[in-house]
Design a binder for this molecule. Structure first.
Ligand SMILES: [Zn+2]
Length: 301
């Protein structure tokens, strides 16, 4: 695949230096007014992967990806949505997981296949819009809406909305949309040993706790999180040959059902009081905040 156009490439090569200069790393003479370039401006504008050996570098919410691979936009039992975002990239482990998981889905449920949401950018890193994580090529969003069993057009993939699974009062799932197939599909993802964690809305976790039959061991990996009311977010463990990949703490033991979910349904969470003084937004990550190897990832052909 062709690299960025020469002018863009020049700009991209210059930007890391600007970022370093602005943070003072390149000397004291950096002008005070030059704000560091947000790393999302750098990683969010590169359309091709870094031609390096595959490596997940850093942490899920602070890192980048070398040797990224794209998931095909169509597979026997998957379709990638929102193609304009160019976020169907990942570490080869993630691509392999997606292909195998998609193949399992029609075997364990009535779904013809899955709809794939955001994975990572070609070189990972922070994104211009959405997501704090998805930076090292090991996170993938999978819609909780089945694939329709026919090939969607490019336009449909931009416009179709996912179905929200959570009831309007946020205390449980919406029984009109939640089907028994859902827990089977979530379990098919969770039982893959490479899956470290799956994030879903607390109301969805509650429904999984209620519905799951047979071996319920997979529930330990499925943890409640904000949002995530129309997709599940699958996160893989650090690959073996990625020494700079920083693992996440293991999930607490046990199914995480029952009273462990109570906090998520309190007023504090469901109806938070507006803050008197809104918290200042965190400054965006700069290249200097990311692991040093991310400079090479950005500069690689
Ligand atoms: Zn997510």
């Amino acid at each position: 695949m062709a690299g960025p156009a020469p002018r863009l490439r020049q700009l991209l090569l210059a930007l890391p230096l600007l970022a370093l200069a602005a943070t003072g790393a390149a000397g004291q003479s950096a002008p005070r007014s030059a704000a560091p370039v947000p790393a999302k401006e750098l990683f969010g504008r590169v359309a091709t992967p870094a031609a390096l050996a595959p490596r997940a570098i850093g942490f899920y919410s602070k890192g980048c990806l070398a040797g990224g691979t794209a998931l095909a936009v169509n597979g026997p039992s998957w379709q990638v949505m929102r193609l304009s975002r160019n976020r169907n990239w990942g570490h080869p482990d993630l691509i392999d997981f997606m292909e195998r998981f998609a193949a399992e889905v029609p075997k364990v449920s009535s779904w013809p296949g899955i709809l794939v949401g955001d994975m990572a950018q070609p070189r990972g890193g922070p994104m211009l819009t959405g997501h704090a994580s998805h930076q090292i090529g090991l996170d993938a969003d999978i819609w909780l809406t089945p694939s329709p069993g026919r090939e969607l057009t490019r336009e449909e993939r931009e416009k179709i909305s996912a179905t929200v699974m959570v009831r309007a009062d946020r205390r449980d799932i919406d029984p009109a949309n939640w089907q028994p197939d859902h827990w089977k599909v979530v379990r098919a993802a969770a039982v893959d040993p490479r899956v470290e964690r799956i994030f879903v809305n607390a109301a969805i976790k509650k429904a999984l706790c209620r519905d799951a039959r047979g071996d319920r061991g997979f529930l330990a990996k499925v943890r409640p999180y904000w949002g995530h009311d129309y997709h599940m977010h699958v996160r893989l463990t650090c690959p073996a040959a990625s020494p700079d990949c920083r693992p996440q703490e293991a999930p607490p033991s046990g199914e995480g059902c029952g009273s462990e979910l109570d906090w998520w349904f309190t007023d504090e969470v469901l109806h938070p009081k507006p803050e008197k003084e809104p918290a200042k937004p965190k400054p965006p990550l700069t290249l200097a905040d990311l692991p040093g190897a991310c400079v090479q990832v950005l500069d690689a052909r």
